[in-house]
Design a protein around this ligand. Structure first.
Ligand SMILES: *[C@@H]1O[C@H](CO)[C@@H](O)[C@H](O)[C@H]1NC(C)=O
Ligand SMILES: *[C@@H]1O[C@H](CO)[C@@H](O)[C@H](O)[C@H]1NC(C)=O
Ligand SMILES: *[C@@H]1O[C@H](CO)[C@@H](O)[C@H](O)[C@H]1NC(C)=O
Ligand SMILES: *[C@@H]1O[C@H](CO)[C@@H](O)[C@H](O)[C@H]1NC(C)=O
Ligand SMILES: *[C@@H]1O[C@H](CO)[C@@H](O)[C@H](O)[C@H]1NC(C)=O
Length: 951
């Protein structure tokens, strides 16, 4: 018996060594992925605008290629039990309790900002001057620091490169202070602008995903275990350098059961945390946080309608004959309603609101089309004049996650009341105010607030066919985002309104500049003089609206304009002034627009040709009454004010939609009418990828995946995030699965058990994808059972949100099937090794015992006689067994001393009074959820000892 004890002891020390080696392998892992993206237009100094790279980030995430989303619902056993009192619970999100009334359910959004990661990345944050840090994922190369980021090279290198830090890239205390202020203001802005159905209790994250982009950011462990108090969204902030005109970027990384983002990663470049960039930065941060909240094609796939069902249509793509190219248009109801209002477009041909096509024509982008929305904040470039329009707020409201406060919307002038034709025709067919065709003439900007010039560029290459508005194929407007359209851009001193920045008015032309002045076409010049420049066919003149007419002043003399606009003359001046139409400048009285509806349908319905089409839950000619749709579907009661009050477990305007229990989202799933779905793209940057592409970047799970049949696995596509996933998700799960106290104990089953735990930890975090390559396959029940067998654990394999049976479906319907063979091989290897070790140490011990017995008179203290206590496959050993052993090995001592040496030091290393094994209950710990939710009787969390439950 004692031989075996010795064997156990020596293999234990061997295992410490193996573990150390393994830890080193994990730590020394290198990056391998390569991909490229570029940014355009770098200028030195403070940029005038922010170029958003969100589309490029998405492109990066998408490059492995994922098909269009398709719903394949997974079976979910419906079991809804909610305990309100539990302080740790996250209640059914958005499923109202009886006490709630719909309007009160929505509370201002609470954005929690976490700055823990600021300056904490050794290879991505600039710590001192001339540090060389990673930007994106530079490919490994023989030359350190190559390729270097270089905006001056041809072509410029903006991403996947090594960045040489300057003084400005280091976030010192002043920059950190600015960062806190700027983001604090952003969070406060959103508090006013958006409200959500608040999460009850702390916001808990699943911890299934690695979070972020460009190296990402680690989710704090306590956000998974305890959650975040008073938060609806957690933003993890970093300050890593960016190139080009990009001030900041942001991505979402976790979603709740309705698909709303609950965690995101925001990066702000320290270079731009300056006083000069302050107002540009605040616009930029609003823009970037909008991407996290829902202005993102990943999020579009989760948008909900009034019933809280997944929307069948968010965007429409078609080849537009008139524009001559593919266009993507948002067709959400409130976006359409507010667009119709803005453009004055009430006919039934209204096509939806166009998105900028990111990552090449024909893919849904994450910005409004600049040609149509110009200085709207969600166009692809942001500047200090950017405004948040009602259309952007409407898009967020149409997600079904938020209620927008439309009083936060700002006035967008571009395109106002230009009609459906404006949206549907090429920009060279737009009316004169929105269009110019020669660099030789200056003119008035579209809103008449400034004099402008007509920028038309000669490009080195021909423009795409749809963007050719001039006979020369390489000629076009200056902005590719605005489809190379040519329009008047204000001179820096050309404002008619702002007297501080503008040049002084031209007395010869009778001009006046000031708040009431507008730019008007004119050939006026004092009699006896001639106009100095034939280019200048306009001037700034004061206007007023009175008695239903527009009046204009030249040199202090007021004259009334024709109602429809047209030329008028002034005494003492040659030439004439061309009056704008009354409606254009006297806009305070709403002009008559054909097809407009009275009261704009109270913004509760769409107006088509003068008729209101009310949204679900509203009725009346002008959609001014609330009604309970479908009698609340039998799952709620209709309150006096016409709002359905849904019973527990149901939601939606008509209470027709079932919720899922919180384990759905805590396992990374998204709920669709009671069905918990597991899609790979639910996390930003996760795609279904060929396993062979992942294995080189995986330290721990590489061989687990390698041992499987070829297929696709759902994982982050960026190799640094993949490594982070292992460190932040797989390893903690592995540690939880390993029964504490046992791993260093016995070789017979420990190699077995730790391998099983490792496999399971990997499978839980890196699941296989189905044949279609968009849904994650849950872990096979057999994998769970094998683990239970190997480790003597009692994980609940019947949990359907995580494990699935493969009965009747054959191979390939879950993650980790077909493992039996591999298990046997491992088992054999372990047994062989163990056998060998036992033989060697047995022989060694027998020799010692023989010597001891021969040389020693007394047998006392050689070996204890205590019994092994067998618990299943495990051995619990009492201290006495170790008496007499090996610590003296190799030392030259008198044999008598050696034979009776106490073994205390060695024992303290290997002995554990109780060996604790993971039980069924551990599942809650591993999966980082609260079992109490479903199993209220199991009050305690955490690891349970074998002796308590196992006997
Ligand atoms: C970084 O830039 C500085 C100044 O331009 C230069 O002296 C230094 O060699 C650069 N470092 C690397 C690694 O290229
Ligand atoms: C909506 O916006 C207005 C204007 O900024 C603000 O005064 C009001 O408090 C906001 N409403 C809510 C509920 O935050
Ligand atoms: C240029 O635009 C003006 C109106 O702005 C139009 O009258 C003229 O015909 C255009 N010229 C060309 C060459 O298209
Ligand atoms: C308003 O205009 C009408 C004609 O358009 C004129 O008869 C009337 O006197 C004007 N009233 C004032 C106060 O100027
Ligand atoms: C992934 O594997 C499939 C076949 O197994 C192959 O058709 C496809 O091209 C591979 N994709 C990549 C990105 O390697």
């Amino acid at each position: 018996m004692h031989q075996r004890c010795l064997a156990l002891g020596s293999t234990g020390s061997k295992q410490i060594l193996l573990l150390l080696i393994w830890v080193e392998i994990v730590a020394s892992h290198e990056d391998h992925s390569r991909f490229h993206w570029h940014d355009k237009g770098q200028r030195s100094g403070t940029p005038q605008s922010h170029s958003c790279i969100h589309d490029k980030i998405l492109e990066q995430q998408r490059r492995i290629g994922v098909k269009q989303y398709k719903i394949t619902p997974q079976v979910y056993e419906d079991e809804v039990e909610v305990i309100m009192e539990d302080p740790h619970s996250r209640r059914l999100l958005s499923v109202s309790s009886r006490a709630d009334v719909e309007l009160e359910k929505h509370q201002p959004i609470r954005i929690f900002l976490n700055y823990d990661a600021v300056g904490h990345s050794t290879d991505r944050d600039c710590h001192s001057l001339h540090d060389v840090v990673k930007l994106g994922e530079p490919a490994p190369s023989a030359t350190p620091g190559f390729p270097a980021c270089n905006s001056l090279s041809e072509p410029p290198i903006y991403g996947d490169c090594w960045y040489n830090c300057t003084e400005e890239d280091i976030s010192g205390e002043d920059k950190k202070k600015r960062l806190h202020e700027a983001l604090g203001e952003t969070a406060a802005w959103f508090r006013r602008a958006l409200s959500v159905e608040q999460i009850k209790g702390p916001l808990r994250l699943s911890g299934y995903s690695a979070c972020g982009q460009d190296g990402g950011v680690q989710l704090p462990r306590q956000y998974v275990e305890e959650g975040v108090e008073d938060a609806d969204l957690v933003l993890l902030v970093t300050t890593r350098p960016t190139t080009g005109n990009t001030l900041a970027w942001a991505v979402a990384c976790e979603r709740d059961q309705w698909g709303r983002a609950i965690a995101g990663h925001v990066n702000v470049a320290p270079r731009h945390l300056t006083a000069e960039a302050e107002s540009l930065l605040s616009a930029t941060l609003i823009h970037e946080v909008m991407h996290v909240l829902g202005f993102d094609p990943h999020a579009f796939a989760h948008f909900r309608d009034e019933q809280k069902r997944r929307r069948s249509e968010v965007v429409q793509q078609e080849h537009d004959q008139k524009l001559g190219r593919m266009v993507t248009r948002v067709v959400l109801p409130r976006v359409i309603m507010h667009s119709r209002q803005h453009y004055g477009a009430y006919d039934d041909k209204f096509p939806g609101l166009e998105l900028e096509d990111g990552g090449g024509r024909g893919t849904a982008g994450s910005h409004w089309e600049k040609r149509l929305l110009m200085n709207e904040i969600m166009t692809g470039s942001v500047d200090t004049r950017s405004v948040v329009s009602a259309m952007t707020l409407a898009l967020l409201e149409d997600s079904g996650w938020y209620k927008a406060n439309y009083s936060m919307a700002e006035q967008l002038d571009w395109g106002q009341n230009q009609g459906t034709e404006f949206l549907m025709s090429r920009c060279d067919a737009w009316n004169g105010a929105y269009h110019c065709n020669s660099t030789h003439s200056s003119g008035c900007t579209y809103n008449r607030e400034a004099e402008g010039y007509c920028p038309i560029e000669q490009y080195n290459n021909d423009l795409p066919a749809w963007a050719r508005y001039f006979p020369e194929p390489n000629k076009g407007g200056q902005s590719s985002l605005a489809d190379y359209c040519a329009y008047y851009v204000a001179y820096s001193d050309g404002s008619c309104i702002d007297t501080n920045s503008a040049r002084s008015p031209d007395r010869m032309l009778g001009e006046t500049r000031g708040h009431e002045s507008r730019c008007m076409a004119s050939s006026l010049v004092r009699t006896g003089f001639v106009r100095g420049s034939t280019m200048q066919g306009h001037g700034c003149y004061e206007h007023r609206c009175s008695n239903q007419t527009l009046e204009v002043a030249v040199d202090g003399v007021w004259q009334t304009c024709p109602i429809g606009g047209g030329p008028i003359q002034f005494n003492g001046f040659n030439g004439h002034l061309v009056c704008p139409p009354y409606n254009e400048l006297c806009g305070s009285t709403v002009p008559y627009i054909p097809g407009a509806c009275p009261h704009a349908c109270n913004l509760n319905g769409e107006c088509i040709n003068g008729e209101c089409h009310c949204f679900l839950g509203f009725s009346g000619e002008y959609c001014n009454q609330r009604v309970c749709p479908s009698g609340c579907s039998g799952h709620g009661t209709c309150t006096a004010n016409g709002v359905c009050d849904c019973e527990l477990g149901y939601t939606g305007t008509d209470c027709s939609t079932a919720g899922c229990d919180e384990q759905c989202s805590l396992h990374g799933g998204v709920c669709d009418n009671g069905v918990c779905e597991f899609r790979c793209s639910d996390y930003a940057g996760y795609t279904c990828q060929n396993s062979s592409a992942l294995i080189p970047s995986l330290a721990l799970c590489g061989d687990v995946l390698a041992g499987e049949a070829k297929g696709q696995h759902c994982a982050p596509s960026e190799s640094s995030i993949l490594q982070q996933l292992e460190a932040a998700v797989v390893v903690p799960n592995y540690n939880r699965l390993i029964p504490s106290g046992r791993p260093l104990f016995s070789i017979f089953d420990n190699g077995y058990c730790s391998a099983a735990a490792k496999r399971l930890a990997c499978w839980i975090s890196i699941q296989r994808c189905d044949m279609d390559g968009d849904n994650r396959l849950r872990v096979c029940q057999s994998a769970c059972q094998s683990y239970n067998k190997a480790c003597g654990a009692r994980l609940d394999c019947s949990d359907r949100t995580l494990f699935s049976g493969e009965e009747g479906y054959g191979l390939g319907t879950c993650t980790g099937d077909g493992i039996t063979e591999a298990w046997l091989q491992l088992h054999l290897r372990t047994l062989l090794l163990a056998g060998l070790l036992i033989a060697i140490t047995g022989f060694f011990l027998a020799t010692i015992r023989y010597i001891c017995q021969t040389l020693q008179t007394s047998g006392s203290g050689v070996m204890g006689d205590s019994m092994h206590d067998l618990h299943g496959p495990y051995v619990v050993i009492t201290e006495g067994e170790f008496e007499g052993g090996l610590s003296g090995t190799g030392r030259r001592k008198p044999l008598g001393t050696f034979c009776s040496l106490p073994m205390e030091p060695l024992l303290s290393l290997f002995m554990h009074k109780t060996s604790r094994l993971p039980s069924r209950r551990l599942l809650s710990d591993i999966l980082l959820m609260h079992t109490q939710q479903l199993h209220p009787h199991r009050a305690t969390r955490g690891v349970e000892s074998m002796s308590e439950e196992g006997n």
